[in-house]
Design a protein. Structure first.
Length: 346
């Protein structure tokens, strides 16, 4: 019978390297404070022995885990990927590890994940959007956990945010298409309940319609889940109605790509027969033909700034002011003047 060998200890590394345990600890935690020759000797011993620091002991000593939790609505589309990548890169530069969970756009699942991450000692949390039950906000306040919101900017909200104005950004796009002469607007929106980003984008379209003096019947809205297939189904329903829209504005680029796919299947030319817009400017938006008119969201910049803000909150135990980033209209080939036989955009 083979007796399992015990894991190497800090003392084993110190003996192998001919240094004190304090020096080994400095090499692992603050290597810049150790001269090169000593650090190299210690790290060689660490590698040869296969030593792994005791995470639990380090947590107890430091009273922090150097982990940040992020809960995003979904991992099934690319909307959050670029910003989350930049967020992780920013955390790593400061020695933090990222734990990611997905709520499937369900508030009950998000609340479970918030409590689980807090119980596991997360030093801070990144959440998406401001729509949340007051009870979970009270729980976070009671736990004294730094929390930052991204993808939505609201300076009046309880939690600080690094994001953009969803309402004003979508209104700018709607102002543009209305200014081109579109008077029948179809909207494919995400489910607005519990999703402030979707609700505000829809409100932005209605703001532009009211400002242009158009009646409420100028807008037809279908709410659906975020997917290419659901975008296609909603587009078909809009275009087979008695008065089909001349432009279909989608709550994000994934829905818009589904709409463009269905347009081809229905024999409709985009933008000659119908214009289509998205929101987010993910990579897919510039790869489809014609390229998608959308709202460009600065995902990577948002991720970098969110990392910097949350680290500040964790390190210094204080809140930070909310930061607003610009999200700009990006005109491409999927929008044209209504009733024209050309694909040119204004």
């Amino acid at each position: 019978m083979t007796i399992p060998r015990s894991a190497p200890t800090l003392n084993d590394v110190a003996q192998a390297a001919g240094v004190s345990t304090a020096t080994v600890s400095r090499c692992l935690n603050t290597p810049e404070r150790v001269i090169d020759s000593t650090r190299e000797r210690v790290m060689k011993a660490v590698q040869e022995l296969g030593y792994t620091p005791n995470f639990g002991a380090r947590v107890m000593a430091a009273r922090r885990t150097n982990t940040i939790g992020a809960i995003i609505p979904t991992m099934e589309n690319a909307v959050f990927a670029r910003g989350l990548q930049a967020f992780q890169e920013g955390l790593r530069e400061s020695g933090f590890t990222l734990l990611v969970a997905s709520s499937s756009y369900r508030s009950d699942i998000e609340e479970e994940q918030i409590r689980a991450l807090v119980a596991r000692g997360a030093d801070g949390l990144l959440l998406i959007g401001h729509d949340r039950d007051p009870a979970i906000l009270a729980y976070l306040q009671a736990q004294n956990i730094p929390v930052l919101v991204a993808w939505s900017f609201d300076p009046g909200a309880l939690l600080p945010s690094v994001g953009f104005d969803n309402r004003r950004s979508m209104q700018a796009l709607a102002d543009t298409v209305i200014g081109m002469g579109h008077r029948r607007i179809g909207v494919i929106s995400a489910i607005t309940r519990g999703n402030d980003r979707a609700r505000l984008r829809l409100a932005g379209i209605r703001d532009a319609v009211a400002l242009a003096g158009l009646g409420e019947d100028a807008v037809t809205v279908i709410e659906t889940t975020y997917a290419i297939e659901t975008g296609a189904e909603a587009f078909e329903a809009l275009m087979t109605s008695q008065q089909p829209p001349t432009v279909v504005m989608c709550g994000n680029d994934v829905l818009a790509v589904g709409a463009m796919k269905k347009a081809r299947e229905l024999g409709l030319d985009v933008p000659r027969d119908v214009s289509i817009t998205g929101f987010d400017d993910i990579e897919l938006a510039s790869l489809v033909d014609p390229a998608l008119t959308t709202v460009h969201v600065p995902h990577r910049e948002m991720g970098r700034r969110a990392a910097r803000a949350l680290i500040e909150m964790v390190d210094h135990g204080r809140s930070v002011p909310s930061e607003e980033l610009a999200a700009n209209v990006c005109m491409r080939g999927s929008v044209a003047l209504p009733g024209r036989d050309t694909g040119a955009t204004a």
